[in-house]
Design a protein around this ligand. Structure first.
Ligand SMILES: Cc1cc2nc3c(=O)[nH]c(=O)nc-3n(C[C@H](O)[C@H](O)[C@H](O)COP(=O)(O)O)c2cc1C
Ligand code: SF4
Length: 506
């Protein structure tokens, strides 16, 4: 068995394997209470075999919060709604940590009910279009330490198995670590030790509140990728200092700040690209280290097998396919629906405070809406009236239709006029660093063929052909003729514009 699928301990908590689902804020809370659709989303992910889920973006600041975009840990009244979530995840077979998050200067006023953001120093950033944050006073820092200890106790009572403190992405603690954003001259600024003081005090306060056996982990950007900020060596030193406190039970490593100019998680970043940052940290700490960001399961298996890391953290792959772990562990990795790193329906939506999903997985984040009374999704139920269906076009939409219809027991044939599948998406996948887009179409074709869909290439459908064929089929579905969307880029109208397919032989 691959080491990735072997048990693993964080403090005294045993996880059934070494795959962790990274925190992904899917929004939906009302007045700080999580809704049933959130519970169903997470239950489905737990059922897919992942060892630990990090539940994202839990708010503990009693003054600066958004009650409709993130669960709250500021009061015990939230416990019953949170307990529904933790119970569902436990029933699904996973453990769950609460991610305590504070965005510091990355919160704009509109997102925290008109309050001014706070930060180590009054230095504005690109992320909020340079809204000026207020410098935290020492009294406020002490108050933050207390609020987080209280939040951790609430999380523990609500059934969370541990805590992850978010220091990554350039949020509050990262702002304290970094000399770029921390210009304080008191005991919380200056030397590296001083810049870590708030974090150390938080760990001390939290440990005293939750006891010695309750897991506390830190999510850390392995390098800020910000001019004048912390580089990989600085962060490794910070992790070593925090590890020596003895309060940290694990480190989860990411890369960069939201504000950094380096591409971090888009498809041009190779899988496992940020592992070099995690290795630097692993070499300096005793606590287990989990590496995340831009990882597929094959790379995860390789890195853990080789002993580079104790565990792997993956996010968007679980949006594309909740069964990543179960499928890979059963030796069926080729059946995993791939995440292509486009961000179009997940991160971009989260940033715009809209419901998230996945371009490849219609069911993602619609579990509650689509499930029947027995908990079955439409794709898990056979039709009572199986039909013979002809689909015109083997692009992504034709193949997705065919896949779902075949899963539901219909007999499907596709006619495709080209000598290949995946339609116009091939052009989208052709420019440099856009290759991953192909993976989705390739998966669709593979899956259709496995489900017995007949794909006939070089078969152009004329109106006469369709009329003639309609006697052999119960239904004909037209899934061809998608149109290019032309971005509104200002241009000289006298300059001719051509499409990729006008100049390509593909
Ligand atoms: C929709 C969405 C929401 C996210 N929310 C959070 C968050 O609240 N906290 C956090 O630390 N990271 C958050 N992330 C970042 C992910 O945890 C992860 O680092 C990122 O998706 C890259 O990893 P991946 O390539 O495995 O998806 C979010 C990502 C997505 C796609
Ligand atoms: S929308 Fe794109 S990046 Fe997000 S999970 Fe789906 S395939 Fe991955």
């Amino acid at each position: 068995m691959k080491r990735l699928y072997t048990p693993f301990k964080v403090n005294k908590l045993e996880l059934k394997n070494r795959v962790i689902m990274s925190p992904m804020s899917i929004g939906h809370t009302v007045d700080g209470f999580i809704m049933d659709d959130v519970v169903e989303f997470y239950k489905r992910r737990a059922q897919g075999g992942v060892g630990l889920i990090i539940f994202a973006n839990m708010q503990w600041d009693k003054l600066r919060y958004n009650p409709n975009h993130g669960a709250m840990l500021t009061d015990e009244k939230y416990i019953p709604s949170l307990k529904k979530l933790t119970d569902a995840i436990h029933e699904g077979g996973s453990k769950v940590f609460a991610q305590l998050m504070h965005r510091g200067r990355c919160a704009n006023r509109a997102s925290i009910q008109g309050e001014q953001a706070v930060a180590p120093s009054p230095i504005p950033g690109r992320f909020t279009h340079f809204e000026m944050p207020k410098e935290l006073t020492v009294e406020e820092i002490k108050e933050f330490v207390d609020w987080q200890a209280e939040a951790a106790v609430i999380a523990k009572k609500a059934g969370f198995d541990g805590i992850e403190i978010e220091t990554n992405s350039g949020y509050l603690y990262g702002q304290f670590f970094s000399p770029l954003t921390n210009h304080r001259t008191d005991e919380y600024g200056g030397s590296l030790e001083n810049r870590c003081r708030f974090m150390v005090e938080t760990l001390e306060g939290m440990r005293a509140a939750v006891g010695p056996d309750y897991p506390i982990s830190l999510r850390v950007s392995g390098s800020d990728f910000m001019d004048g900020g912390c580089n990989g060596d600085d962060i490794a030193e910070i992790c070593e200092l925090l590890d020596k406190t003895g309060y940290v039970d694990g480190f989860s490593i990411t890369a960069g700040w939201h504000e950094s100019a380096v591409p971090l998680i888009t498809m041009e970043v190779p899988h496992g690209a940020w592992a070099y940052l995690g290795r630097q940290i692993k070499a300096r700490v005793k606590a287990p280290v989990a590496q995340g960001m831009r990882m597929n399961i094959e790379k995860a298996e390789e890195l853990v097998d080789r002993g580079d890391f104790d565990a792997i953290v993956m996010g968007r792959p679980f949006l594309a396919d909740p069964d990543v772990v179960n499928k890979a562990e059963a030796g069926k990795a080729s059946t995993i629906r791939p995440c292509v790193g486009c961000n179009a329906k997940c991160l971009d939506m989260a940033m715009a405070s809209k419901p998230i999903g996945c371009i490849g997985n219609y069911e993602c984040n619609r579990e509650e809406e689509l499930e029947d009374e027995n908990g079955l999704m439409p794709t898990e139920k056979k039709s009572e009236h199986p039909e013979k269906i002809l689909v015109i076009g083997a692009g992504p939409s034709g193949m997705e239709f065919a896949r779902v219809a075949a899963l539901r027991g219909h007999k499907v044939t596709i006619w495709e006029k080209r000598n290949r599948t995946i339609g116009l998406s091939l052009y989208a996948a052709t420019p440099p660093r856009r290759y991953d887009i192909r993976y989705f179409g390739q998966w669709l074709e593979r899956t259709c063929r496995e489900l017995g869909v007949e794909i006939i290439l070089n078969k152009e459908a004329t109106a006469e052909d369709i009329i003639a064929a309609s006697k052999d089929y119960d239904r004909v579905v037209l899934a061809c003729g998608s149109k290019a969307s032309i971005p509104p880029i200002p241009r000289d109208p006298s300059v001719p514009i051509v499409h990729a397919w006008d100049v390509s032989a593909l």
